[in-house]
Write a protein that binds this ligand. Structure first.
Ligand code: ADP
Ligand code: LRH
Length: 498
């Protein structure tokens, strides 16, 4: 009994992976078929995504999986949020999609906010206003290139774009569109008011579909090229964060997080466990029944996004391990590369009491664009009157301790906003391989951290596909996740000062 075999194509901002999922005896197992780097590509002073290369990598992964395992049932692509491609009348891409770290929005953001102030955006969409949001980027692109009003026929967010390139079917999947700043807070329809106030054409938005919608089969030409047979393409929980949260094994013994509202109904949180999805970004939040649209939520930087199944994620986007990735990139360019594992080990070996550790605000705009991160950390320290970390270990440790501190601050804010105590934290994603970061998070929050799975987005992607195929009942997803994932528990160390 081979069970059901399917592919999760999980594109993160720093790497993409093609993962084979097998579902048998009520459990999912995953195996990495192909991994490739991803990141911003500068063309004529602007940052873009290399969509054609990413498509080639995806195709390579499909062919490799079929060569090793034979026919597969389905595949689904999930990606980072907010970015998009515009299609012309023939269904071709008008230009290479911009990367959300591109700086073309700097001035135009003010014009957008004059037409639609941030507080109104938040009430109308539930999304925290930010120049990276689709709505800001689209407003900027339509102002800069007037001809797009005539030539652009459809706007596809990144996972919808890849699923379209594979299947020929264009949709707007709800979880990824919940990052756009263009839908109502429940992500069930475009916000007519936002579109009207910003003069954005509603016709660009394809048909909205929920996570777990079968789109059709792999295009015939691709079937012939890659797998000589049918392969279903599914719009899963296409936002990588929605997929990651779908994989969380809530209800793991001792996590006090198995059922809805165990707080006695004090607040809107669905569980007493918070999550941290830890990759290029750190997404720190709680699942709630409904979007939280209070002024306090907006003022403290929270956003609302859709989960698989229609619940809400109240979360903050924290500039996460991007700080470390860019630091490592600078060192590699200087001829002194350091792997992820070496970086974590170096910071762990530091003699902490005598070390020079800076307190960084990861969300300071200084850190948001590509550049010489060690130099920026130095400028930040000078600006904020702190001693400058000197050694590589001190720089890494400053980043990791600052991330853990901002996680702790965010979790305290979540408790105040929802009125629900957070008992423990589920950490998922590539960043949990950094054991020091997990321990620092337990120490800074004073709460148990349950770490796992690493490949959360891929596992969530597979689980949602299984519901679309009718193999797993949506109500069973958490239980299958709990059976499929092993976790590691970190407890606050005795030296923790709360
Ligand atoms: P994304 O999906 O945004 O591309 P990932 O979830 O793949 O990000 O996480 C990538 C991050 O995980 C890296 O930036 C790195 O900091 C961390 N990481 C990956 N592998 C390891 C490792 N072996 N040890 C420590 N940290 C790691
Ligand atoms: C993380 C993520 C996050 C944001 C950002 C742009 O990969 O999806 O949730 O949307 O990318």
């Amino acid at each position: 009994n081979q069970g059901i075999r399917l592919l999760a194509i999980d594109l993160g901002a720093s790497s993409g992976r093609v993962m084979l999922g097998s579902y048998r005896d009520g459990k999912v197992t995953v195996e990495e078929i192909h991994r490739f780097p991803n990141g911003p590509v500068e063309v004529n002073g602007h940052l873009h995504w290399d969509v054609q290369r990413l498509l080639q990598e995806i195709k390579h992964g499909i062919a490799a999986a079929v060569a090793s395992y034979g026919p597969l049932h389905s595949l689904s692509v999930d990606t980072w949020g907010v970015d998009y491609g515009l299609l012309d009348e023939q269904g071709g891409l008008l230009y290479a999609p911009h990367h959300y770290r591109d700086q073309r929005m700097a001035d135009i953001a003010l014009a957008l906010e004059a037409a639609l102030p941030p507080a109104e955006q938040f009430k109308l969409t539930g999304n925290q206003p930010s120049p990276i949001n689709t709505v800001y980027q689209l407003f900027a692109d339509l102002k800069a290139k007037q001809e797009l009003r005539a030539t652009a026929r459809q706007l596809l967010l990144m996972p919808d774009l890849f699923n379209y390139m594979l299947s020929g079917v264009a949709v707007a999947e709800q979880t990824i569109w919940s990052t756009s700043g263009l839908l109502n807070p429940q992500s069930t329809a475009p916000s007519a008011e936002v579109l009207r106030r910003l003069e954005l054409p509603v016709t660009l938005i394809p048909r909205l579909v929920p996570a777990g919608t079968v789109l059709g089969e792999l295009r015939p030409a691709l079937q012939e090229e890659l797998c000589s047979g049918p392969l279903q393409i599914i719009a899963g929980a296409s936002h990588d964060t929605a997929s990651a949260v779908a994989s969380i094994p809530y209800g793991e013994p001792g996590s006090s997080s198995s059922g809805p509202d165990q707080t006695g109904g004090v607040g809107p949180a669905l569980r007493e466990a918070a999550f941290i999805s830890c990759g290029t970004w750190s997404l720190v939040g709680l699942e709630t029944a409904e979007p939280v649209l209070s002024d306090a939520a907006r003022a403290s930087g929270f956003t609302n996004e859709s989960c698989f199944g229609g619940t809400n994620r109240l979360l903050k986007n924290i500039t996460g391990l991007w700080l470390l990735q860019e630091t490592q990139r600078s060192w590699a360019e200087a001829g002194e590369p350091l792997s992820h594992q070496e970086a974590a080990e170096l910071a762990g070996q530091l003699d902490r009491p005598s070390a020079c550790i800076a307190e960084l605000d990861p969300n300071d705009p200084l850190f948001s664009t590509p550049g010489d991160m060690p130099l920026r950390i130095e400028s930040y320290c000078i600006r904020t009157g702190q001693p400058v970390p000197q050694t590589r270990a001190e720089i890494i440790r400053s980043i990791l301790e600052s991330l853990a501190r901002s996680y702790a601050d965010t979790i305290r804010e979540l408790e105040v906003l929802t009125g629900c105590p957070v008992r423990c934290i589920h950490m998922v994603g590539g960043g949990i391989q950094n054991k020091l970061l997990c321990q620092l998070t337990a120490d800074a929050t004073g709460k148990d951290v349950i770490a796992g799975p690493v490949e959360a987005s891929a596992i969530g992607n597979i689980l949602v596909q299984l519901t679309a195929l009718g193999a797993v009942d949506p109500a069973e997803v958490r239980r299958v996740a709990a059976r499929s994932c092993s976790t590691l528990r970190y407890q606050p160390s005795l030296t923790h000062q709360s």
